[in-house]
Design a protein around this ligand. Structure first.
Ligand code: GTP
Ligand code: MG
Length: 351
């Protein structure tokens, strides 16, 4: 055996050992790829199931439109406009979509109504992205205490969404603390207690007769810092009876956070219930004035047949949907994925 191969054996093991190592590496890579594909399929299945109400209504309406018209003309577009508006897409966006579809139909000289599905899917995609990259990841970094503030009106799904996000972060290896800064409802704390136990997160509760949510936040920061938590998620009360109160309360929480932790909160997420449609857009505007927001969690998409609300929110509030609620189970909160959303919405129409 020559010097070189001896040296390599010394450094890296014998040729057989090296080959075995290589083989193991390839196998591990393939396994990883398979697991990723499986996860992707599961995710898509979640979207398909969660969006089935929207899908049924949207595809049925479009199919009816296609059967009613034997060519694409002005009347066809008028009916299409109505369908898009019924899907909770804002008038402004509907106008853009219709104009874009008209252009495409003209350029490609398309007359068959059966071909409109693919054109709509394509337009929904480009309008949502406006040719920019959509970032749905949470600003959670290793080596610091990350703070996620969650706001939104009563019953929107804050507490359940927080539990779902906590589970995801715990699965990723993070130590997660939840602050029950909802001091207005005793049941809110109980509910959070139940969920946090279920997903394996720790929780800080208000002291007896504590009414100040900022005090709970303060206590939670101390615990998080002392016990080296990776993420602190703050559940707030969903009262929207008075904008000034809301502003003051959130400002106080933000101040406590900012004083104790650099750049905190790192995420401020607004939870919106998709079934509230345009009313949700109004709420979002009020919250946006009350506190800086970094993203939206759009819950109960499984409960609405008007799936276009995702586009309206992005356009009217200027914030991306980071998570989408597709059901009540812990795994039913998905990171928002535009491809899966459009597929779920239009499945059966294009393929
Ligand atoms: N179907 C469905 N139900 C959901 C989803 N997200 C939340 N819910 C349900 O909505 C209800 C209210 O959710 P909560 O998490 O308690 O809402 P909240 O915003 O914390 O409410 P308050 O604490 O009263 O402000 C619960 O019954 C949840 O199970 C979802 O994506 N799909
Ligand atoms: Mg709650």
């Amino acid at each position: 055996m020559g010097f070189w191969s001896n040296l390599k054996d010394k450094l890296f093991g014998t040729r057989e050992e090296r080959l075995a190592k290589k083989q193991a590496k390839i196998e591990a890579k393939e396994q990883k790829k398979l697991a990723k594909e499986l996860e992707k399929n599961n995710k898509l299945d979640n979207y398909i199931a969660g969006l089935s109400k929207s899908n049924n209504s949207f595809t049925e309406n479009i199919k009816e439109l296609q059967n009613k018209h034997n060519k694409i003309d002005e009347e066809f577009f008028e009916d299409l406009e109505e369908i898009l508006i019924m899907a909770d897409i804002s008038i402004k966006l509907v106008n853009i979509i219709i104009n874009e579809c008209k252009k495409e139909v003209k350029i490609e000289n398309i007359q068959d109504p059966k071909l409109i599905g693919e054109i709509i899917a394509d337009k929904l995609f480009t309008i949502y992205t406006s040719n920019s990259i959509i970032d749905t990841s949470l600003n959670v970094k290793k080596g610091r205490l990350n703070v996620i503030l969650v706001v939104g009106v009563n019953g929107g799904g804050k507490t359940t969404s927080i539990s779902k996000i906590a589970k995801k972060l715990i699965d990723d290896g993070n130590k997660v603390l939840i602050a029950a800064a909802d001091t207005f409802r005793a049941a809110a704390v109980e509910q959070l207690d139940f969920w946090s136990q279920k997903v394996g997160a720790s929780i800080v509760k208000p002291a007896q007769n504590e009414v100040d949510p900022a005090a709970v936040v303060y206590k939670a920061i101390e615990k998080a810092q002392n016990e080296k938590f990776d993420v602190l998620i703050i559940d707030t009360a969903g009262r929207l009876q008075n904008k000034v109160n809301l502003m003051n309360e959130l400002a106080k929480i933000n101040k406590v956070l900012g004083n104790k932790i650099e750049n905190a909160p790192h995420e401020s997420l607004l939870v919106l219930d998709a079934t509230t449609g345009q009313n949700g857009v109004l709420q979002a505007k009020i919250f946006k004035e009350a506190t800086p927001l970094t993203g939206i969690i759009l819950t109960k998409m499984d409960g609405t047949s008007k799936g276009g609300i995702v586009l309206t929110i992005k356009d009217e509030i200027g914030l991306s949907v980071k998570y989408i609620g597709l059901g009540e189970k812990v795994d039913d909160l998905a990171e928002f994925d535009l491809d899966s959303y459009i597929y779920g919405l239009m499945k059966g129409l294009v393929d």
